[in-house]
Design a protein around this ligand. Sequence first.
Ligand code: IMP
Ligand code: MG
Length: 192
Amino acid sequence: MQQDIDRILISSRRIADRVGELAAELAREYAPPGREQSCDLTIVAILSGSLIFLADLIRRLPMRMRIALVTVSSYPGASTESRGARLFEQITADVAGRDVLIVDDILDTGGTLRAVRAELARRQPRSIRTCVLLRKPAKAPPDVPADFVGFDIDNYFVVGYGLDYDGLYRNLPDIAVLRPELYTSGPGGGRA
Ligand code: IMP
Ligand code: MG
């Protein structure tokens, strides 16, 4: 697997530091000191990409919370171009009157967050905010803002720390760019 990597964009060390900072920001927002117990937060995590980010982030948050998982896919198979988000399972969490934080690995075209946000908004939560580990600013659309962002990256297709290419490389500890010849999705693949 290591020989497929062209270069490491963000090391596991930098990720861990930034996840700690994000957790501190979230704790200040949702559970100011002394009010951790009154927090009524539901984290809605988008699978599969946010799997590792979610696991690391929530263990650094001090407050009570519920966790709901939703499976969304926008990159079928060996593709580096988003094809529009599809919710695979309806969200069943009861979020009415609660604070909701959507957690995803990366904000690219915004299709995924837009779809999940719309679905949740219909259930009248108290608030909806979004937290992403990565954001590609070149494409991020203004109507789907990310409230908490780990890193802004250039328009590379990245893998590792939960992010995949054709289902592979999620278990890489770093965030990396693959060797260009490995992207086989045709025109656009490898440059995305
Ligand atoms: P969007 O719907 O276009 O914003 O895409 C968001 C989803 O596409 C993310 O949750 C990822 O699963 C996937 N995605 C976007 N960019 C990348 C990338 O560079 N590497 C791996 N997956 C990506
Ligand atoms: Mg995803």
